[in-house]
Write a new protein. Structure first.
Length: 114
């Protein structure tokens, strides 16, 4: 089990309750081990971060990014976050919300390949 900061637990619950349309669409295909039998968790605290989706058996983190993530500040935060997660031995896949909504099968295939 990966450690996380306890204060993130209530925030993660709120994020699960208020998922974006893109997160809901991808979760529909990831939940209940539908993708090659791999268990995924949504809005999972890892260390000091909450990741969108986490597949522990595959050491895989999947992030869906809205437009606010593509600012200079947002991209800098991603670099720090990705470095931290990579330090835990995790691989990170990033997709933008539009891809998850309009190109769902391509996103699922990219995840499957990992």
């Amino acid at each position: 089990m990966r450690l996380y900061h306890r204060y993130l637990k209530s925030h993660a619950r709120r994020l699960r309750r208020d998922m974006t349309d893109a997160e809901q669409r991808l979760w529909f295909h990831l939940r209940r081990k539908q993708l090659d039998g791999v268990q995924f968790y949504r809005q999972k605290p890892l260390g000091r971060y909450i990741v969108d989706f986490y597949g522990p058996a595959a050491d895989l983190v999947i992030e869906l990014d809205g437009s606010q993530h593509f600012t200079a500040d947002g991209l800098a935060r991603h670099r720090h976050r990705d470095a931290f997660l990579a330090g835990l031995g995790l691989r990170i896949l990033r997709f933008d919300d539009r891809q998850a909504l309009l190109e769902t099968s391509a996103v699922l295939e990219a995840i499957r390949e990992r």
